[in-house]
Write a protein that binds this ligand. Structure first.
Ligand code: BV8
Ligand code: ZN
Length: 269
């Protein structure tokens, strides 16, 4: 008989059983989605698009077909998002996750996000399942293309922008992200899957867990006996497999969690 979903606890206190699970853990995995960057002012995929793209569905724009159809529309979208990320700063959730690395025997950070806020908060070896804004490449010969220094000079409402051309074969440069319908890089997905199947505790922070195969990872961890701790102000399909559902914004919950279990740690603010 399947255990009922773990009751959701408001983020005001961190349950003692969560503290124990973390203090006993040999290997902790942190899995994040767009919600972990929400408090840095980065829109999630659930949030409606704005400006030039307000009439578009992100799942339609983030496709090879959209880039073929209108490369300037898609490239403009990614340069505008890269600008927003470069203007943003890591929030207490990113900082708390980075500090976990020195508090638990082993930490693996896996993200669906294409921003660099985990790295800017101090996390290392972050597995980017869906690529990054900072790894553009040629859409024909796949050669990496240099990212111009400084913030992209994109208007607030965005604009259509022709992608640069490859210095080697002259074809268009594309964003270094995984689009819908494209397979995940094996050198990201394989170590991610290995980590979740060999961890004691897996945090799932700020993800709606609807995009596969990434969304399957917390289920795989639970299958292998790990305790899944979900951090999200809203319910998701993961409620069913989570051992703990901490309802609240990631910045507040993760900061409180660190200060509750490791009170000597400075606040991640
Ligand atoms: C593939 C990069 C092989 C680009 C992204 C099985 C079943 C059904 C469909 C499929 C399936 N297998 C494959 C598919 C198709 C598809 C898919 O899953 N579609 C979904 C929509 C049903 N998957 C793919 O295409 C994948 N490739 O499978 O290849 C293949 C190929 C062909 C055919 C079959 C198989 C590739 C998917 C990767 C696409 N690229 N990103 C870019 O960013 O532009 S996905 C992108 O969307 C993100 O990376 C992320 O993964 C996803 C958004 O989800 P979240 O991050 O969770 O964000 P979301 O906005 O949804 O939710 C935010 C959450 O945060 C909410 O719950 C909210 O409550 C919470 N929140 C808000 N504020 C806070 C907060 N939480 C905490 N604190 C806060 N303050
Ligand atoms: Zn090329």
């Amino acid at each position: 008989m399947k255990a009922p979903p773990a009751a959701a606890t408001s983020a005001a206190v961190i349950p003692a059983s969560v503290c124990t699970a973390l203090l006993d853990a040999r290997h902790v995995v942190v899995f994040t989605g767009a919600g972990v960057s929400a408090e840095s002012g980065i829109a999630t995929f659930r949030d409606a698009l704005t400006g030039l793209w307000e009439t578009f569905d992100p799942e339609m724009l983030a496709t090879p077909e959209a880039f073929l159809r209108d490369p300037a529309l898609v490239w403009g979208w990614y340069e505008w998002r890269r600008k927003m990320v470069m203007r943003a700063r890591p929030n207490p959730a990113h900082l708390a996750i980075a500090s976990l690395a020195s508090l638990v025997p082993r930490l693996t950070v896996i993200t669906q996000n294409v921003d660099d806020l985990h790295e800017r908060a101090g996390s290392t070896g972050v597995i980017h399942l869906h690529g990054s804004f900072f790894r553009p490449r040629c859409c024909a010969c796949s050669r990496p293309h240099g990212v111009p220094a400084g913030e992209p000079d994109e208007p607030d409402g965005g604009r259509r922008l022709e992608p640069p051309r490859c210095g080697h074969c002259g074809e268009r440069i594309r964003p270094g992200v995984v689009w819908f319908g494209e397979s995940l890089p094996v050198d990201a997905y394989r170590p991610a899957e290995h980590a979740v199947r060999n961890c004691d505790v897996m945090f799932s922070i700020g993800t709606s867990a609807v995009v596969y195969p990434a969304a399957g990872l917390p289920y795989a961890a639970a299958e292998c006996g790990a305790k899944v701790i979900q951090v999200n102000p809203a319910a998701t399909d993961l409620d069913a497999v989570a051992s703990f559902n901490l309802r609240g914004p990631a910045g507040t919950v993760m900061d409180l969690l660190i200060r509750t279990i490791w009170p000597s740690m400075p606040a991640s603010r």
